[in-house]
Ligand binder design. Structure first.
Ligand SMILES: Nc1ncnc2c1ncn2[C@@H]1O[C@H](COP(=O)(O)OP(=O)(O)OP(=O)(O)O)[C@@H](O)[C@H]1O
Ligand SMILES: [Mg+2]
Length: 202
């Protein structure tokens, strides 16, 4: 049953935004996963870039040494993945909260794209503001929103810059999906899906 089909209260049911797919239902050429801890990532910040660089290189080896025209070469793919994964791991380190510290990394290698799904946990009060940001991100023109955020950041230096997902959408053509899954009254699991095309789009 799809979450949209259920009549439910936001606190009980999963909520999904953007380009979200049930990856367990899609046959993949390869699948990988790793479990980390958000507090450990925050305490040892370089683990974010180390994990990103490892999985970027590991995953990019899936791309053959010589690729057909119009397809992203291995080195370029590694660069995109390293940037993307660093952003996603850093977000888990910065924004996780509540009693559950697990961060779960998963990836699926498909013919036409590579899909990543990173799950972390937040307190229930954090869900509505994050959803507002996601809706703004998905419903606006990325270039326009980027400049609006740059201006807002110049006025308010205290918040996160809010340019992470936006830059990945705008400059790297990555498609994002978001899922919120209530775990207990104190915790919501947030999963971010990133779909990276193997086609050269730049
Ligand atoms: N994994 C996450 N868990 C909880 N909240 C998140 C997560 N990722 C993003 N957010 C929320 O969405 C906002 C936008 O994230 P984004 O990565 O675009 O920007 P940022 O991390 O604030 O700044 P930047 O990435 O430019 O340093 C964050 O400020 C945060 O409020
Ligand atoms: Mg960020």
């Amino acid at each position: 049953m799809n979450s949209d089909d259920r009549i439910c209260d936001d606190r009980i049911c999963d909520q999904v935004f953007g380009f979200w797919e049930d990856m367990s239902a899609i046959p993949a050429l390869g699948q990988h996963q790793m479990k980390l801890d958000a507090a450990q990532l925050a305490a040892h910040w370089r683990r974010c870039s180390l994990s990103s660089d490892f999985w970027a290189r590991y995953t990019a080896l899936f791309v053959p040494g010589i690729v057909p025209p119009g397809t992203l070469p291995r080195d370029a793919m590694e660069g995109v993945l390293s940037y993307l994964l660093n952003e996603l791991f850093e977000n888990c380190a910065k924004f996780s909260g509540g009693p559950v510290g697990d961060v779960v990394y998963q990836s699926w290698l498909l013919e036409d794209r590579i899909v990543f799904q990173i799950t972390n946990h937040i307190i229930p009060e954090g869900q509505a503001p994050f959803i507002d940001l996601i809706v703004e991100l998905l419903e606006n023109d990325p270039d326009e929103l980027y400049f609006r955020r740059l201006e807002a950041n110049a006025e308010d230096e205290l918040r996160g810059s809010g340019l992470g997902y936006l830059t990945l959408i705008k400059d790297y053509d990555i498609r994002f999906g978001f899922q919120f899954k209530p775990g207990s009254p104190e915790s919501i699991a947030v999963s971010v899906q990133a779909h990276v095309s193997r086609e050269e789009t730049l």
